[in-house]
Ligand binder design. Structure first.
Ligand code: PMV
Length: 328
């Protein structure tokens, strides 16, 4: 008989404030956990195979489902869990997950579900174990991810993340005075894998252009960290605008993203940029409190874009007010 009972795990979604793409090439990135995310519950099964159901997406896979990414990711995570010499999870499980993050929206949807699923299966994995389990899961969706999504979804708060010689270096960053953000949906789902590949192709054709962009982003990230620690939101906003210019120069922006950034700035946002992979997905705007957030959200609504206001969250502090529909 299994000694394991039913367990629940949660994870926050994430927003990259500065440094996406550059982080894949060893430049630090700054990211925050948000108060939307994922929750999962696991129940031991008497017989296999293990199953994963995502509520709201109407999807159910088993660990033997090699025909789709979700099934392969679930299998990879279970292989990583079972590789532990100590028995840390039931042999077979039914996991039910839900999320209020849009898939393909640059908000760490896949990483948040992966972290919540791993926590539901294992209970209280160490940070190293969690990283191993969720990297196995994330590799299926994103090829060779930097790991920033999983690190932030697992920890929440504000994090400086850097990948050096294949190793993740994570430092919590103290946020003076809090941060209010608006996150807007450009209406176009984007694939992180294909956007990362498009940057790699550009780096082959124009290595100097891409190298200079990374140097610029490195300087912006360094200054942004000081601005966050000093509570200097005006400088932080300006640095986000400059990061957006450099990302546009790498063909990662779209007309919708540009329109959303412009309208957020026109509605008193301190700065605005794409967040995540670009090519669609989400935009993040730094705003002055909830009244600033209302102005930006109203401006987006007028142009037909949806969005929400959020504050920096600690992982586990996820209410999951509104489950988002969609599929992987
Ligand atoms: O689209 P997202 O939220 O998965 O963000 C990806 C961030 C990138 O820097 C573009 C890729 C990575 O692996 O870090």
């Amino acid at each position: 008989m299994s000694t394991f009972g039913q367990r629940t795990g949660t994870a926050s979604g994430k927003v990259i404030l500065l440094g996406e793409h550059a982080v894949v090439y060893g430049v630090p990135a700054l990211a925050v956990g948000i108060d939307r995310g994922a929750r999962a519950t696991s129940t031991p099964l008497a017989a296999g195979p293990s199953r994963l159901r995502v509520r709201g997406w109407e999807v159910e896979v088993t660990e033997e489902d090699a025909s789709n990414d979700l099934g392969r990711a679930f299998a990879a995570l279970l292989v990583a869990v079972r590789a532990h010499t100590h028995k840390i999870a039931p042999a077979q499980v039914l996991v039910e997950a839900e999320t209020d993050l849009p898939p393909g929206g640059g908000l760490g949807c896949s990483a948040a579900i992966g972290v919540a699923v791993a926590r539901a299966i294992v209970g209280d994995p160490s940070p190293e174990q969690l990283t191993a389990f969720v990297s196995a899961w994330e590799k299926v969706f994103h090829g060779n991810p930097s790991g920033v999504d999983a690190a932030v979804c697992a920890r929440g708060g504000c994090v400086a993340f850097e990948r050096r010689e294949g190793m993740a270096h994570i430092e919590p960053v103290a946020v003076k005075g809090g941060l209010t953000l608006c996150v807007g949906n450009s209406g176009i789902a984007s694939s992180t894998k294909s956007m990362v590949e498009s940057v790699a192709r550009l780096a082959e054709r124009r290595p100097e252009v891409v190298r200079k962009a990374w140097e610029g982003i490195r300087a912006l990230v360094r200054n942004a960290r000081f601005a966050i620690e000093d509570g200097d939101r005006f400088s932080l906003g300006r640095l986000m605008d400059l990061n957006q210019m450099l990302l546009s120069g790498l063909f990662l922006s779209t007309p919708e993203i540009e329109a959303m950034c412009e309208s957020a700035r026109g509605a008193s946002a301190l700065g605005a940029k794409l967040t995540g992979a670009g090519g669609g997905g989400s935009v993040v705007a730094l705003v002055n409190g909830l009244s600033g957030a209302e102005r930006v959200l109203a401006a987006w609504r007028k142009e037909g874009f949806t969005g929400f206001a959020t504050r920096v969250a600690v992982s586990g502090d996820v209410q999951l007010a509104r489950a988002a529909g969609g599929s992987t």
